[in-house]
Design a binder for this molecule. Structure first.
Ligand code: ZN
Length: 510
């Protein structure tokens, strides 16, 4: 494992590209890169995220998902793209009413609804719902257990060939849809389902509604950044705020999802703050190196082993199929290296991958299709380990587009390369390209005691410049991991609580 040791002699965070960049506004310090020998100018301090606004401002940089369900509310909610459309159904005010319900003329397995806006009846919309889906999602007590928000319909007796609608109609003044289901034998009604209209519209099969739901409740899209934009996207949050205020916790998580790297400031200089932060979200992700890893240089100059050579840019633990999702690196003692050594390096691996895709599509294909053997062999407190996982450097989703994970670690790229021999040279050239672009898009800064650098381990690629450890120049860092499943889960819990109070969003059905 590689630990990114956050060390700094400067209180202020210095941000700079490792490539030569023009000076930015608010130049505060010039640091030399020990890696490529070039110097560069820095930007100033990281931006303080405005905790007084409802949500992190950068969310406004991208269009919020348009709701086709509540167009009038889009404008007054634009400052809050995560605002739940679900929320409206909890306040007892139905904006949409079913004016007509029928089976589709074209497809008798579809239920068609015409809904109109309660405030403006000229606003009507047409929705289609598959009958099979409606039957599967019946909200009656026999089919759905509200307490556990779970379907309890008996699928062992469920026959998809025998789902037939006997009748559909709006009920409850258009607030609900009633569906009567007939049995296969004699056409008698065997079951009755009632669905709240807002519950239905929140589950609209329109593509734009599905996309809005996925953006809001599944995984908000990342916003990629290159070196030139790092100073715009890096945000900082107060440790105390994140620990004690749900709004700050939510903003930190949202920034982490959006940008892949966020700074937390002013954590106490004690050893278990990463654990406290992890516990605030969920729980620490353990690895074969344990739960919290401590990097503490021993005092003394005699041991050349403590000469900290540059740490090449990498992602942690690529040899895990379930790679820890997010790094928390707490700086307790800073290096006093006058030469600028011991600085953090970081790049948006997704941005790097997109540059490769755009500029060198054939090499992108090689890097996203060639399985690499990632390995780690050794022994730690948990005993001996021998990990292997095969994955490309650039992992893309099933749609062939969406970036899911970056793997890059020179020491942990195994020497077994199980590919056809004629692919090898081409892959190495592609990898060389990737690393060159990575270094062009990497930024350098130094953390201070009390900083917790948080970043995505499936997206960000990090490293450390060289640094010499001496009696006068010790450092102490504690790190831990969090998994993205827990982070996303916490975000949804916070959003639900903020939008609806204690009422569970899923159990609104009629
Ligand atoms: Zn039912």
């Amino acid at each position: 494992m590689f630990l990114s040791r956050s060390v700094s002699s400067a209180r202020r965070l210095v941000v700079a590209s490792t490539a030569m960049k023009p000076p930015l506004n608010g130049v505060s310090e010039v640091v030399s890169s020990t890696r490529n020998g070039r110097s560069f100018a820095s930007s100033g301090m990281i931006r303080k995220a405005p905790l007084t606004t409802p949500l992190a401002a950068p969310n406004n940089h991208r269009p919020s998902p348009k709701s086709t369900l509540m167009p009038e509310e889009d404008t007054d909610r634009c400052e809050d793209p995560f605002h739940s459309r679900t929320a409206s159904s909890s306040v007892g005010r139905t904006r949409w009413l079913i004016s007509e319900a029928s089976l589709s003329n074209d497809d008798r397995s579809r239920v068609v609804l015409l809904v109109l806006n309660a405030d403006d009846e000229a606003l009507t919309r047409r929705y289609e719902f598959p009958a099979i889906w409606l039957r599967d999602n019946c909200q009656c007590e026999a089919c759905f257990h509200a307490g556990s928000v779970s379907r309890v319909l008996n699928w062992e007796q469920f026959d998809v060939e025998r789902v037939h609608v006997a009748a559909v109609q709006p009920v409850d003044g258009g607030h609900s849809l009633e569906v009567l289901w007939e049995g296969a034998e004699n056409g008698a009604v065997v079951h009755r389902s009632v669905y709240n209209v807002e519950w239905l519209l929140e589950r609209s099969f329109r593509q734009e509604d599905s996309e809005a739901y996925l953006e809001e409740w599944y995984r908000p899209a990342p916003e990629l950044w290159g070196a030139a934009r790092f100073h715009e996207v890096i945000q900082e949050f107060s440790y105390a705020d994140v620990l004690h205020e749900d709004e700050a916790l939510r903003q930190w998580i949202e920034a982490l999802i959006r940008y892949g790297v966020v700074m937390i400031k002013n954590a106490p200089l004690t050893e278990h703050e990463c654990r406290r932060l992890a516990n605030r979200v969920g729980f620490i992700r353990k690895t074969h190196y344990g739960e919290e890893f401590i990097v503490k240089a021993k005092e003394g100059t005699s041991n050349v082993a403590y000469l900290s050579t540059p740490l090449q840019m990498h992602t942690d633990l690529p040899y895990y199929e379930y790679k820890p999702g997010c790094n928390l690196l707490h700086c307790l003692v800073q290096s006093k290296d006058a030469g600028g050594g011991g600085a953090n390096l970081i790049a948006d691996g997704f941005y790097v991958a997109e540059r490769v895709r755009r500029e060198h599509p054939d090499q992108f294909r090689l890097l996203s299709e060639t399985l690499v053997n990632w390995t780690d062999i050794g022994e730690d407190e948990g005993g001996k380990f021998h990990s292997i996982y095969r994955a490309p450097v650039i992992c893309i989703g099933r749609d062939g587009q969406r970036l899911e994970r970056i793997n890059h670690s020179v020491p942990q790229r195994g020497s077994h390369f199980c590919v056809p021999i004629e692919q090898v040279d081409r892959w190495y050239r592609a990898m060389h390209r990737f690393v060159r672009i990575l270094h062009e898009e990497a930024v350098q800064f130094r953390t201070a005691p009390g900083d917790i650098l948080t970043f995505s381990n499936i997206r960000a690629i990090h490293g450390r410049t060289g640094y010499r450890d001496t009696v006068q120049n010790t450092r102490h860092l504690v790190g831990a991991y969090l998994d993205w499943d827990e982070i996303y889960s916490k975000l949804r819990v916070l959003k639900t609580a903020a939008n609806k109070g204690p009422k569970e969003m899923e159990s609104v059905g009629g």
